[in-house]
Structures are given as C-alpha cells and as structure tokens.
Design a protein around this ligand. Structure first.
Ligand code: ADP
Ligand code: GLC
Length: 496
C-alpha cells in the first residue's frame, strides 16, 4: 500500500534519464527512483534538459511555462511536458541552443566537453531552483527539490542568493570525482553575486564549483551507499571536499547519509529480459548456458564448458579499474579463462583493449562502444563478472550480475563492499556468500580473487549456492524509495 509519501511533492532534477540519455548509472537511477517514489505514494516530477533523443521520443509536448530571461548569460527556455509518457511526468527544459546538439549530454561526438557546459547546466540548475521557489511559474509546487550531481549543484545556491525558497533541498552525490569546476570569470554570466565567491559559497580553490555549491547550500546530502558516505569524509576519497563533508556530518549526522541504490527489476530481470537469448530464473539456471553460447558467438570467443567466461561491462576509466583487468588479462587467459568485455571511455584504454583482443583472438572478445542489448547478454552469459573499481559510489553492474546468477569479483570499496559478500567459511555458514572481493586495488589482488572464484566455479554445488544467494535477494528500489521518502518527510515542516 502506498502510505509513506503522504502527498509529498518532489521535483527530481537530473541531467540524464534512461533509456533516452544515459552515460552511466545516473541515467538508470533517474528513471527508476522517481518511479519507485511514485509507487510509494509521492507525487514526483522529473526535470531534464530536452536533448534530441527526448524531443524525438516525445514529439507531442504541452508547453507549460516560459523561462524568459533567467539573467546573466543563461539563455531563455521553455518548460514542456510530453503528452504521454509512462511513469512520473517529465518536465523538459527546452533550449535548442543549449541542448539540441549531436553527441552526448556533456561532450561532442569527438569526446570533448562542450565549452559552454557551465551555462548549459547553470540553466538547468536555475530552472530547478525557480520551480522550487516562491516565483515558480507552475501551479505544481514541490515540497522537496532533489538535485543530482554537479549538473544541478547550483540550484541550492540560486535558492540561497537569488530566489526565495519554497522547497527544501536534497543533493545526492553519485560521483564525487565529477565536480563541475569552472573559471571564476563566469560568476556574473551564471547570475551569481560577487559575495557567492567565498569559502562558504560556491568558491573552490579560486574557481566556481557546482558540486561544492550544492553541498554547501542544500538542506541534506545523500550519497548512493553507506560505505561511500563514510569514505568521502576521508582525504583518500574526498576529492578535496572531505573537509566540507566532515563539517556537515559533524553539524548533524542527518546531514549526510548513504542510501544504497536499487536496480530496475523491470529492466534487469533474467526471467523477463527480452535482450537475452534465453530467459531463466533461480529455478531454471540451466538455461543460462544458452546465453553463454550466444555471448561467446557474439564476441567471437571459443568457450568450451570447462573454461570460465569472465564478463565486464564498464566505462573504461581509472575509476573502474579496467586497466587492472587489462594488466591481468594475459595471466587470466593463460590460466584457461576467457574474457568478454564491453566498454568505452579513455581512448588509450579502448585502444589497448582492441590490441589485446587482436592478439588473443578467440579468447578475449572485446566490443568497444555503448550497447545496451549486449550489456544484458554479458550479464546473463558470463560465468562471473569483474568489477575491480578503485572507488565505486554504488555501482549497478555488480547488482545486475547478482540478480543474473553471475557472481561478481570486486574490489571491496563503496557500494561494492555493501552488496558483494565474499565467499569464505563464515559467510557460507551464514548463507550470505554471493561473490568474491579483495582489498587494495592491485593486479595481484584481482588475480588472487579471480583464482578463488574459478576454483569455486569448478565446484557446481558451491557455485549454485552463490548464484542462489545473489538471485534470492530483492535488489529492487522499494527499500531505497522508502528511505528517501522518510528523508523528504523529515524536511517538510510539521511532518517530521
Ligand atoms: P557508472 O555510472 O559509474 O558508470 P554504474 O555501475 O552505476 O557505473 O552504472 C553503469 C551503467 O551503465 C550500467 O547500467 C551499465 O550497464 C551501463 N554501461 C556502462 N558501460 C556500458 C557500455 N559500454 N554499454 C552499455 N551499457 C553500459
Ligand atoms: C555514478 C557512480 C556509480 C553509481 C551511479 C548511480 O555514476 O559512479 O557508482 O552507481 O552514479 O548512482
């Protein structure tokens, strides 16, 4: 029963939303969390820039309001609402000059950041703040503005310096490594007063930081796993913002909390997945073999039944430790394993993977690019899944793997530490073991954990136990949605 929401209205502001615009987990979260909040009885609207993919998906739109001249150098925009979209209503922020461009949401086709990102996401932040202020042009007024990552980080600052706030603000950190830092000369263009350029304002080492602005001025900070919430308060993972985060946490423990993401079980469920070769469940795991063959065929690897296929789907960056897998690949193949890799990212890493695949044809299969259908097949067809991230705020792929009976091998950090339970004598006795983890992101650490995993894979009853433990847990969004609802309620006057 939908009870916890109690008529709460939430404006969820984001720069990505799956399936239309997604560069990573933020896109997935922005699609699934608002829907889960709505299922809890909350009234949610999602504000997102009108990129070409969204304009094409929703040719019929109802104009709602004009944002005439948001001041500074921010361009005028139109707010519109698609005529019919499943799930919580979308509010599209239309500004052709800002958002109707080929390429990705942040970069051009060549992978270069758009040079006017400060203004593009300044506009998104300003629009979000306006809708959460007493000057909103809409009848619908949110109780809470929920901002996500640096792209919406200036919204709490606009509510502090330029507008009269009506809604409380929550700022979620999906990745502290991306901060949206720009030249100080942009202050006036962003319509911020000189007084904002201060240590308790938007200033960060002499520049303007969108994320810092959000963390400084929002009512509550959340991040996407409890372990990452602790890690970012330390210099090693704090990316220069650990001092601010510690200050907020010390002011009040409620100011910074970790709420573990869920997965969209409508999209990621092996029993109903239309993108894979054969559907299966915890009771029909034999059918996984059909996906294994299909995956091997797609990536051109030979995979006799006694050779484990190690899967990976990832942005190819240092964060994800894809370089560790690169460095370990020859040893893994020499030990008889196969690699099935899907990813895109840093050009040098992409190139290194291409070369490796060419040198080990039939044993290392690599697809460089972003391919949602293949991502599903890797989750379903691989025997185990590699995710040795150096840091990982939450991570969704390890949860997809757990739900797909593909035990993950992970570096114990952030959300990986909160979801993957290393297989050892005590976790087996407790019935919780569901994968393998190692401490210290290093090639020897990774190789040792993979060796343990392969040994377990060669023991079918043990392997089934791990698969079942992963698949039996509910990885869906409802627990997280209830936690967010509680947090929002604590911010609504009279509700706490
Ligand atoms: P991050 O957001 O840091 O990249 P997550 O694990 O939270 O990491 O989410 C990544 C999301 O992007 C997952 O849904 C994953 O399947 C998807 N993904 C990453 N790389 C690719 C790719 N090359 N092709 C298809 N999907 C990808
Ligand atoms: C970020 C993080 C990832 C997280 C995702 C969604 O991209 O890198 O760990 O799962 O956001 O919150």
């Amino acid at each position: 029963m939908a009870v916890s929401g109690g008529g709460l209205r939430v404006l969820f502001a984001t720069s990505e939303i799956a399936p239309w615009v997604k560069t990573g987990g933020l896109g997935d979260v922005s699609a699934a969390l608002p829907a889960a909040l709505a299922a809890e009885g909350l009234e949610v609207r999602v504000l997102v820039p009108a990129y070409p993919a969204l304009l094409a998906a929703f040719p019929e739109r109802r104009p709602l309001a004009r944002i005439e001249h948001p001041a500074g150098a921010l361009r005028p925009a139109l707010l519109s609402q698609p005529a019919a979209a499943g799930g919580p209503p979308l509010l599209l922020l239309e500004s052709a000059e800002d958002y109707r461009r080929p390429g990705g949401p942040y970069q051009d086709r060549g992978g270069r950041d758009w040079t006017d990102n400060a203004l593009r996401f300044g506009l998104l932040s300003k629009a979000a703040a306006l809708l959460a202020s007493t000057d909103t042009p809409l009848d619908w007024q949110p109780d809470v503005l929920h901002c996500n990552d640096w792209q919406t980080g200036l919204a709490p600052a606009y509510l502090r310096y330029r507008l009269r706030p009506r809604a409380a603000t929550v700022m979620t950190i999906h990745n502290l490594a991306f901060q949206g830092v720009f030249e100080p000369a942009l202050l006036a263009a962003l319509d911020l007063p000189a007084s904002a350029m201060a240590i308790d304002g938007v200033e960060f080492h002499g520049r303007i930081s969108f994320l810092k602005a959000g963390l400084q001025h929002c009512d509550r900070i959340t991040t996407v796993s409890p372990t990452y919430a602790r890690e970012i308060c330390e210099p090693a993972h704090g990316a220069g913002l650990d001092g601010l985060l510690r200050w907020r946490r010390e002011r009040s423990a409620a100011d910074l909390t970790g709420i573990l993401n869920g997965i969209d079980t409508g999209e990621w469920n092996p029993a109903t997945d239309a993108s894979i070769a054969a559907r299966y469940s915890i009771d029909t795991l034999e059918a996984k073999a059909v996906n294994r063959r299909a995956l091997a065929g797609r990536l051109g690897i030979d995979a006799p039944p006694d050779t484990p296929i190690l899967g990976m789907v990832s942005r190819m960056t240092l964060q994800k430790g894809t370089d560790l897998v690169l460095a370990a690949a020859e040893a893994l193949v020499a030990s008889g394993a196969r690699l099935a890799v899907l990813g895109s990212g840093e050009p040098a890493m992409e190139e290194a993977w291409r070369e490796l695949a060419a040198a080990h044809r039939g044993r290392i299969g690599v697809r460089i690019g972003f391919d949602d259908v293949l991502a599903h097949l890797v989750e379903a067809g691989a025997d185990l899944f590699l995710m040795p991230s150096r840091f990982e705020p939450c991570g969704l792929n390890q949860m997809y793997s757990l739900a797909y009976g593909t035990p993950p091998v992970v570096h114990a950090t952030g959300g990986l530490a909160d979801t993957v339970v290393d297989c050892n004598a005590s976790t087996r006795t407790a019935g919780t073991a569901n994968g393998f983890s190692f401490t210290g992101a290093s090639v020897p650490g990774l190789l040792a954990a993979v060796a343990r995993a392969i040994e377990a894979w060669r023991d079918p009853p043990l392997w089934r136990e791990l698969q079942r433990n992963g698949m039996a847990r509910d990885w869906g969004w409802s627990t997280a949605a209830r936690r967010y609802a509680q947090l929002y309620r604590s911010l609504r006057p009279g509700d706490a």
